[in-house]
Design a protein around this ligand. Structure first.
Ligand code: MN
Length: 143
């Protein structure tokens, strides 16, 4: 339980949990090397009528995105095997046009620009607000 509380502060901020979205279903791929973050994101997004698949690194995420159909991809930046910048770049080169949002702990100046240049549609900083995450889901899956 303690580990989950530590991870909770890492992936989500401390704002209260928003009510579930009362909208249609969608398929989301979460590409994230932290198992704790995967579990927390999956638990939260599953309550929003979303079907969640997870990938442990950019290489697996790249393969899954090309083989299966997703309405939205959330992708961590720092990952083993292949980072988020490389994975999104390779996906765009391969002709992938789906929405991909970066999730990163790196709030450094210029990161947003680098994310957008690499091919991400948008960029969210950890710790995430659950409201911001839902707003992002609504914007990209159910516009
Ligand atoms: Mn990471």
């Amino acid at each position: 339980m303690k580990n989950y509380l530590v991870a909770e502060t890492a992936i989500f901020d401390r704002k209260p949990t928003p009510p579930a979205l009362q909208i249609g279903a969608g398929r989301v791929l979460v590409v994230e090397d932290s198992l704790d973050n995967q579990i927390l994101l999956k638990a939260f997004l599953s309550k929003q009528n979303l079907e969640i698949e997870t990938a442990d690194n950019g290489l697996v995420g790249l393969e899954m995105a090309l083989e299966h159909s997703f309405d939205l991809i959330f992708m961590d930046i720092q990952m083993p095997e292949m980072d988020g910048f490389e994975a999104v770049h390779k996906l765009r080169v391969a002709g992938y046009h789906g929405k991909i949002v970066a999730l990163t702990a790196h709030a450094m100046k210029g990161d947003r620009e680098r994310c957008l240049e690499s091919g991400f549609d948008d960029y969210l900083c950890k710790p995430l607000s659950r409201y911001t995450l839902l707003e992002c889901v609504s914007r990209y899956i159910f516009p």
